[in-house]
Design a protein around this ligand. Sequence first.
Ligand code: C2E
Ligand code: CA
Ligand code: CA
Ligand code: CA
Length: 281
Amino acid sequence: AKARGGASCHFFSEQMNERLQRRMGLEAALRNAIATGELELHYQPQVSVTDGRVVGAEALLRWRHDGRFIPPDHFIPVAEETGMIHAIGDWVLDTAIAQAARWRATYASPPRLAINLSPRQFWHSGLARGIIQRLQNHDLPPECIELEITESVLIQPEGPAIGELRVLRQHGLHLALDDFGTGYSSLSYLRNLPVNRLKIDKSFIFPLAGSSTDNPEDAAAIVRAIIAMAHSLSLSVVAEGVETAAHLHTLQNMGCDLYQGYLLSPALPAGQFADRFLEPN
Ligand code: C2E
Ligand code: CA
Ligand code: CA
Ligand code: CA
């Protein structure tokens, strides 16, 4: 038994060692990603449920490393733990706001551009000031930009996130609460958050129809309740993860405002997004 334990212990530590090395490799590569131009933003359309018009776009970060894309769910947590999220977040803001300004100069009715913010970005003071400064540099009206935050900004130990959010909102930027329903006590936080919009997480949309083993009636009851509550608070609702016509049909019946999902399109490079979804002036 002892030999076996020793062997499995050895095996385990080798596995940990491998994980650690992979993680350190990832970290080192990520440190260079901005300088080497390996980061890109792709854009996913946000569509009106009632008339199918593309009224928004969400900027989603892509890291092309060694010829393949590393998903944001893999590297953003690393960026957050190491503090690199500040440099990456600044790059995202610079790139997205410049893109929104180009769209506004070139296309007839450019979509509002939604940008994801990590809760960590609020740990540095001056986030709101920096964003407003960028808008002024590009002469971009604040309502052209929506910021997506998660309710975890409120349980962050540091930084007056709520004050920064109020400044941004008062300045005219739009704010959306992302991943709604997946976090903590959403309802009590909601009253204090100066947001315009809720995004229903895709984990609530998938079971509405199709392959899931969950009861679609229960899923529908939850989504319907979220939409009713949002509307009674004068918030609009975006559903993400709309993959099928059945999902969309259900959301139509529920009075959902906007959707995003593979049914229409995944996130695309800026050029492809413009070719497919934007009308020249
Ligand atoms: P999120 O903000 O909740 O973004 C929605 C995710 O759902 C995106 O994954 C999007 O590509 C994916 N998605 C959209 N429609 C569908 C669909 O119909 N089916 C399925 N299965 N998925 C769909 P992505 O791009 O891999 O991003 C993952 C997460 O990484 C995002 O979740 C967000 O939390 C984070 N992220 C992405 N870009 C940024 C960024 O610029 N800054 C920060 N801080 N986080 C980002
Ligand atoms: Ca988002
Ligand atoms: Ca989500
Ligand atoms: Ca998320």
